[in-house]
Design a protein around this ligand. Sequence first.
Ligand code: GLC
Length: 499
Amino acid sequence: MPASPTSPWWLDAVVYQVYPRSFQDTDGDGDGDLRGIAARLDHVRELGADAVWLSPVYPSPMADGGYDVADYEDIDPRFGTLDDADTLIAAAHERGLKLLMDVVPCHTSIEHPWFRAHPERYVWADGDEPPNNWLAAFGGGAWSRDRQSGRWYLHSFYAEQPDLNWRRSDVREAVAASLCFWLRRGVDGFRLDAIDRLLKDPELRDDPPASAPPVLPELGDAGALEPVHSRNAPDIGLALGALRGAVGDDALLVGEVYLPAAQLPPYLEHVDCAFAFELLHARWDARAYRAAIAAALDPAGAAGRIAWVLSNHDFPRLPDRVGHGNTRAAALLALTLPGAVFVYQGDEIGMADGPGGDPPHDRAGRDRHRHPMLWDGDAPHGGFTPAAATPWLPAIEVDGGGVAQQSGAPDSMLSLYRDLIASRRTLGDGLSFVDDIDDGVLAYRRGDRHLVAINMSDAPRACPPAGTIVRATHPQRLGAGAPAPARLQPGEGVLAVCE
Ligand code: GLC
């Protein structure tokens, strides 16, 4: 929806996700850093993005890639200093970019001083056995025994990530204060990690066995139970209201709520928007995508408050999920949906998964989605780190090369992203699906004049009447200004305009 003078900046924004460890290293330790991010902000600006979301940069033992936070109000030395953070925030603002921090409120690192100094802030149980059958998100039981006290502590993720007890006011106040700490430093908002896990059943009742596979995929055995007591508590407003109350209405709060869109409304009472994970996980199929988009746009649910996302640091990269031949069409789709859209670093050059670390850094197998950004396919380590350094994960090749090779090449993935982001501003309000079209084609109108049509099948299909091409996925074949084609090839799509 085009932003009116009174609508918030994020309504139609493109938010670029930086995974700091893999973006740009400047000090030669093989890990990306804040100075590197500042040095590469022009890339984000030239892409046309409105904001940057930084995955966590706080002090962390890195048991979960920084999502195990040991201090909410400092910067890990591998990423730099608080001064570097201030410089980065200022550099983003100078370029007209907003900056969002990632806040991990559900749990801390087990090495956070609170775990020993304020054990009462966590969720504990006594006894010979864990108090219930709850499962952790990465599989296995959600309770571990603390060797020091002999008591059980709850961890919704790795055992190195004990869950905070959000029913306590001191926890709510302490975490809310850390958001204010970053607001005072000038950040514009926060992506709130795993907020469907903030509150649990106070009686710690068992979760029942699952009656069907989960709507959103789970790792390991985590989908074996229906998480009715361990997640998505009905009084989630207790936690989220405290955060919203502390930051005020101007700070953007984006929720990572790993639930179907229909279950988002209680969260949206307090956060501005939430990710649409059904679309991220939909199989590459016109009906499945249509259903996932319709679910997210349901007026009874999350309509107008959706943050579209097709890729992030947790899941296989786009070419690996939708197929290499469909990656351009996926970009066309994501960037023409109404509402905010999040782009994961590297998507704009078509990065695929790599081999990961040996030995792995992440026990859940997510290294493969986190290889360093390829700035220059001809430079050592892709330009990510100085030649003499050893990157924490190796640079990988990308079809079409890195940013240096793709910049200025009209048929590159990067040009497609830049053009589509520029065109987004001209699309009209709302989205309505086009019916009576070939099976395997997804088509929708934006506003009165624009139409998007994508062939998601594996054979040529008829393109619905579409007017003149604004941008096609394959500009060598379908140039801007030409009439929309009669047929679309597999993996091909057009954004067209009717005069
Ligand atoms: C979120 C993050 C993921 C992390 C988990 C636990 O899902 O995106 O990377 O492992 O929360 O904090």
